[in-house]
Ligand binder design. Structure first.
Ligand code: AHR
Length: 326
């Protein structure tokens, strides 16, 4: 039996009042959370899954993860299955932004709180989820764009862009943030932009087509990728085209996965904006406060976005991240 069924809110409050020595974590123990994860398209995603498991373990929470293999229909099925199982809460990393109202309405009817992780949804009914733990992905794109503008100064710069999954909030937002930032600099232009679906293989394939179309890459000044995995694929393509990534073509991307720090050390990448893989920790804490004390979290729990460049001791950062499941 799950804690949700066992302890209705009023009774929970009474129990806390009568047993002051009982730790909050003891109340958290017994919670069962279903997590509809997108898949394992990137190193960042693998780390998020792994960190979510350890954050659940720390709090004695049972975490059931359903891998949707990048398909929204699989996520919808997983949510329905979690509702049928009567879990205490559902975490959802939504592959795309639209099309969630019906299934989240079913979770709401079953009184199961939903927390969004790392991506947003588009809905007119914000009551369909308790909170969203995400970065400001428009800001991430802006940080990348501002970094590039500073690097190139007044020089003309043709940019090729590898977008994330079509329809994903983070792809739309990272594009917008970057476009807005470079709009202030007439010398910087995005000359090609296409999805690489957040994967290394697709990033490489699309970068190859960009290089071919742009005089073997000689017309390209910089590559902006919506995640590091696509950047790593593109770096390989640039090398195979006989150019030096990081020098002939500047490389800026998002996530801060260990492999991009390796690329920094090799002089083959120039900047990344960090996205923490620990979305689940703040989500569990918000959920526990909500279940135990009825404290409603803010609608958005924002994670930090930090810019890293090769001057930031890449070896040290690589070492600190390599055990996190990337
Ligand atoms: O939603 C976060 C994005 O999804 C990460 O930046 C990317 O690597 C992942 O696939």
């Amino acid at each position: 039996m799950t804690l949700r069924k066992f302890l209705p809110t009023a009774f929970t409050t009474a129990v806390i009042a009568l047993t002051p020595l009982m730790a909050t974590s003891a109340l958290a123990a017994g919670l069962t959370v279903g997590f509809s994860q997108i898949g394992s398209e990137s190193g960042w995603r693998a780390a998020e899954t792994s960190v979510s498991k350890s954050e659940a373990q720390k709090r004695n929470i049972t975490l059931k993860i359903a891998d949707a293999q990048q398909k929204q229909e699989n996520q919808i099925k997983a949510i329905r299955s979690f509702v049928a199982q009567g879990v205490d809460a559902i975490f959802l990393a939504p592959v795309v932004a639209t099309g969630w109202d019906a299934v989240l309405g079913e979770a709401k009817d079953a009184k199961i709180p939903v927390i969004l992780l790392d991506r947003d949804i588009e809905t007119s009914d914000k009551s369909l989820y308790l909170t969203a733990v995400t970065s400001d992905s428009v800001h991430e794109g802006a940080v990348a764009g501002e970094w590039l503008a500073k690097q190139v100064g007044d020089k003309p710069c043709n940019v090729v862009e590898l977008q994330g999954t079509v329809g994903a909030s983070v792809a739309t937002n990272r594009k917008k943030g970057f476009d807005d930032a470079i709009a202030k600099h007439a010398n910087i232009k995005v000359i090609r932009s296409q999805t690489g679906d957040f994967t290394r293989a697709k990033g490489k394939e699309v970068a190859e087509s960009f290089l071919k179309a742009e005089n073997g890459g000689k017309n390209i000044c910089a590559l902006y990728a919506h995640n590091d995995d696509m950047a790593v694929g593109a770096i390989q393509a640039i090398k195979e085209a006989g150019l030096k990534p990081g020098k002939d073509i500047l490389v800026v991307s998002i996530d801060a996965v260990p492999d991009i720090f390796k690329a920094f050390m090799a002089g083959e990448a120039n900047a990344t904006v960090e996205l923490t893989p620990n979305m689940a920790g703040p989500a569990f804490d918000a959920l526990i406060a909500y279940k135990d004390k009825g404290t409603a979290p803010p609608k958005w729990i924002q994670t930090e976005s930090k810019l890293y460049t090769p001057t930031d001791d890449p070896q040290k950062i690589y070492d600190s991240k390599k055990g996190l499941g990337y």
